[in-house]
Design a protein around this ligand. Structure first.
Ligand code: FES
Ligand code: FES
Length: 420
């Protein structure tokens, strides 16, 4: 099929030929973040946003251009993302519902939808928000009760009866006669989705996980945006804090304490190349990547680092980690905080399981730091705890927890039935 491709944002487009199953690089801006994704020629923009970039606020209903659920702004105009090929977004500026506002700082349209109870199940709400933004931003700013129903008829709602929706839009039009505020949540951030071929990092391509592996080492950038999971582990260690800090301050020994991790090169400037094996149940992954110490405070016994890695199967990970050791009653309290960003197959395991595995890894890491601080000897490379075992233990723990929840729900239901 024929599609278009350019070398960068706003670059002149040129026709290229691509077969339907060929992956094509597409660069555009979404919610203020320059992104580049690799997509099949026939993937539509909504799938690229949801799968490759993790922006699941754009909903899909009919995928035929009828229901309007998938409405986004492309270069300021409303468009149905299910009718636009992702490759057609090359060089454009896309705004999705995530760019409109945040939970803490809502756009007036979002506030009005909430105030007027303009949603029930909420499935159509992103489409209505983006469609009404287009109406108020690109129209003449005036709406009338006679014309508004027709103007909003491009999005279908199966729940609310539309009254609240129309009232919300009319309310915002009335309170903002000089024009509604622009989307309020458009700023560079890290976006990761499940597609594995996507990456966005605030227009600084040098910081992407794939670049960390494929290009000459460079300064890594701190991943931003909403992490896939956050982990906080507090562990009581028997060793005195100075001994623990001696391990934390020695990156070679520290790396050996991390299950499945291995440092392969010291690149200078507190940057290191390494690899790590991770297992989620039966799936074994091997990441190559870079890590960089961003803060080293011997007074506070605090070490901060960022790490990024990728495997050959399209899985990518980035982490922003802070380790802090403080003197405890009987040794040291080690706190590890990590924001973990995942994309590719591993992201499909879900937050709960990935969180379980990360938690378990950090617990074993803390125990290994304690042993190393006491004995002065770090685990041999490759002799650390088995990443596979960690994965299976976490799977077991996760399943047990979920099974316990189901059993307790069934018991509750039975009890309520007997009581009534
Ligand atoms: S999903 Fe795009 S219009 Fe229905
Ligand atoms: S609120 Fe449920 S479809 Fe509109």
């Amino acid at each position: 099929m024929t599609t278009t491709q350019s070398t960068g944002t706003r670059a002149p487009q040129r026709p290229v030929k691509a077969s339907a199953d060929e992956l094509i690089d597409v660069a555009f801006t979404v919610n203020g973040t320059p992104v580049s994704v690799q997509v099949p020629a026939r993937m539509h923009l909504a799938d690229a946003l949801r799968t490759n970039l993790g922006l699941s606020g754009t909903h899909l209903g009919c995928e035929h251009g009828v229901c309007g659920m998938c409405t986004v702004l492309i270069d300021g105009d409303a468009a149905r993302a299910c009718l636009v090929f992702a490759v057609q977004a090359e060089g454009t500026e896309v705004v999705t519902v995530e760019g409109l506002g945040t939970q803490e700082s809502q756009h007036p349209l979002q506030q009005a939808f909430s105030h007027h109870h303009a949603l029930q199940c909420g499935f159509c709400t992103p489409g209505f928000l983006m469609s009404s933004y287009d109406l108020l931003a690109n129209g003449d700013g005036e709406v009338s009760p006679e014309t508004l129903p027709e103007e909003m008829s491009g999005v279908i709602c199966r729940c609310t009866g539309y009254r609240g929706i129309l009232a919300a839009v009319a309310d915002v039009a009335e309170t903002h006669p000089d024009g509604i505020p622009e989307p309020m949540n458009c700023a560079p951030r890290t976006l990761v989705g499940r597609g594995g071929a996507a990456h966005a990092s605030g227009g600084a391509p040098a910081g992407s996980p794939e670049d960390a592996v494929e290009q000459e080492p460079t300064e890594l950038i701190r991943p931003t945006g909403t992490p896939t999971i956050t982990v906080e582990v507090t562990r009581q260690l028997a060793s005195p804090v100075e001994d623990v800090w001696a391990v934390m301050d020695d990156i070679d020994r520290l790396a050996r304490c991390l299950p499945g991790a291995e440092m392969t090169a010291d690149l200078g400037g507190d940057r290191y190349r390494g690899r790590a094996k991770v297992a989620l149940g039966p799936v074994r992954l091997k990441f190559d990547g870079l890590a960089q110490i961003t803060e080293r405070d011997p007074g506070d016994h605090t070490l901060a680092l960022i790490a990024q890695g990728a495997d050959t199967g399209g899985n990518r990970t980035a982490a922003d980690i802070v380790l802090r050791a403080t003197p405890g009653d009987d040794g040291t309290v080690l706190v590890a905080e990590a924001k973990v960003f995942l994309s590719g197959r591993i992201a499909q395991f879900g937050r709960a399981l990935a969180g379980d595995v990360s938690q378990r890894m950090f617990e074993q890491f803390a125990d290994a730091v304690d042993r190393t601080a006491r004995t002065g000897t770090a685990p041999e490379v490759g002799a650390g705890p088995s990443a596979l075992r960690i994965g299976l233990q976490a799977v077991g723990a996760g399943l047990r927890r979920r099974a316990a929840l189901v059993v307790s729900a069934i018991r509750d239901r039975r009890r309520r039935r007997q009581e009534s």
